[in-house]
Design a protein around this ligand. Structure first.
Ligand code: NSS
Length: 430
């Protein structure tokens, strides 16, 4: 008999099939058991009627506990009222294992309890839907870049030096020396851009973030495109196309999942280029108008970003931050050298920054002095300076944080549910 995924049941109406899954929930009324079976692709109500199956099977169905593994066989019937639109008229059933009492009952639990049971929590429909959307977001980013001639270039995880400041480095022993877990693949992508023209990396990045916020993980995933012969404005054009494409793909392919999590898709449907572009100076004015006592020269905090992104109905770029609050590699604006040619993209609905990026310093002398000013170990950057000695060109790139993007698209209030096994300041289990 053919094994069918629940999501494909519609293609087998009237046929006898087998579904291999786990018992999500059960309802009984004397002579009928309604088994709600999940197989990771959906839920199907499987109806076991006394007299229509062997007595032993009817008894076994009665004893099934939540999350017991079962294989049910029966005829696919259309049923408007059934979750998923189809149900199974069970003829036969094989119990693979009767599960112990399941810790996650179908009721409210505290978030710490759920995070301690994350390995089981991911089975529940809401978490399952969020992680399916994550999978689509990753695929959409990659398809977008692959289709536009970007080459995927994997960056190393163990690195000799910092990319995004020395305060958030995770250090590890590396034989008789030290290494750091990567904070960003960017520096390597700059080498790649000079070799391939357009590249990107997609991988985990690590930051020893001491801040406990709803936007920070210590391990998160980034897509980092880098482009030679590209200036800041062109990089922003690509970013708005990429983000619009990703949101469009989720709307197109993951609407059942968005429905499971109850996401209002109205604001997502508005995500189309062009996105507004405001300068750091203008952003500071907006904050001050909202009564924030903001000092020019500082970076924006989470609450500032929330205020700023609430001003617009689609993502907004904030460009040209003061050089002092950005990383060492940012190219100064020739018109106002106190500003960097950089841009962050803030998601709407108060979500804050999802992309950080900019144009890189292409002048070897300036870059060397910036490395020195930032008291970075010169030896570790010799190779990086080489890129400015051998055919240096204007180049730009950016990093899109997968978890923050998924949190926004799903409308979640914390990034911890957007990654299968979150790593937070006080959590490395399970
Ligand atoms: O620090 S960024 O703003 N920029 C970079 O790392 C550049 N080197 C990227 C590049 O140009 N290739 O981080 C980029 C994005 C940021 O907008 C967030 O979406 C995400 O990475 N990000 C994080 N997500 C979750 N948790 C933490 N701690 C975090 N830090 C950054």
């Amino acid at each position: 008999m053919q094994s069918v995924r629940v999501s494909d049941l519609g293609k087998h109406e009237g046929e006898e099939v087998e579904v291999r899954g786990w018992l999500y929930n059960k309802r009984s009324s004397g002579s009928i058991h309604f088994l709600l079976v999940r197989d990771g692709s959906g839920l199907v109500q499987s109806v076991v009627v006394k007299g229509e199956v062997d007595d032993a099977i009817f008894q076994a169905a009665d004893k099934l506990t939540q999350e017991s593994s079962v294989i049910v066989r029966g005829v696919v019937r259309k049923d408007r009222r059934a979750p998923g639109g189809y149900e199974l008229g069970v003829k036969d059933m094989h119990v693979v294992q009767v599960a112990d009492e399941y810790p996650i009952a179908l009721k409210e639990h505290g978030v710490d309890f759920l995070l301690d049971h994350r390995h089981l929590w991911i089975r529940t429909p809401r978490q399952n839907a969020i992680l399916r959307i994550r999978s689509e977001v990753v695929k959409a980013c990659r398809d977008f870049l692959d289709d536009r001639g970007f080459v995927l270039l994997d960056a190393p995880i163990l690195t000799p030096a910092a990319c995004e400041g020395t305060t958030t480095l995770f250090e590890t022993d590396y034989f008789d020396t030290k290494a750091y877990l990567t904070q960003s693949g960017q520096l390597y992508m700059e080498a790649g851009a000079m070799a391939f023209g357009k590249v990107y990396c997609f991988g985990p990045t690590f930051r020893a973030e001491k801040s406990k916020t709803r936007r920070h993980l210590t391990e998160f995933w980034m897509v980092e495109p880098e482009m030679a012969y590209t200036e800041l404005d062109e990089s922003m054009n690509i970013q708005e196309e990429l983000v619009s494409y990703v949101v469009g793909r989720v709307l197109e392919r993951k609407s059942p999942e968005l429905a499971v999590i109850g996401r209002d898709t109205g604001p997502l449907a508005r995500v189309k280029p062009p996105f507004p572009r405001i300068s750091y100076d203008e952003a500071v004015e907006i904050l001050r108008r909202h009564g924030v006592d903001f000092e020019w020269g500082n970076d924006f905090g989470g609450q500032d970003e929330t205020i700023l992104s609430n001003e617009f109905d689609r993502p907004v770029f904030i460009h040209r931050y003061p050089v002092q609050c950005k990383a060492f590699y940012m190219k100064p604006d020739p018109k106002r050298p106190e500003l960097a040619l950089c841009a962050d993209l803030l998601a709407p609905e108060g979500y804050g920054e999802i992309i950080g990026g900019g144009q890189r310093i292409d002048d070897p002398v300036l870059l060397e002095s910036r490395i020195k000013d930032n008291r970075l170990p010169a030896d570790a950057y010799t190779w990086y300076l080489d890129l400015r000695k051998y055919g240096s060109v204007p180049h730009s790139g950016f990093g899109l944080g997968i978890e923050r993007t998924v949190a926004w698209i799903c409308g979640l209030d914390h990034v911890r549910e957007t990654i299968p096994f979150p790593r937070l300041i006080n959590r490395i289990y399970p």
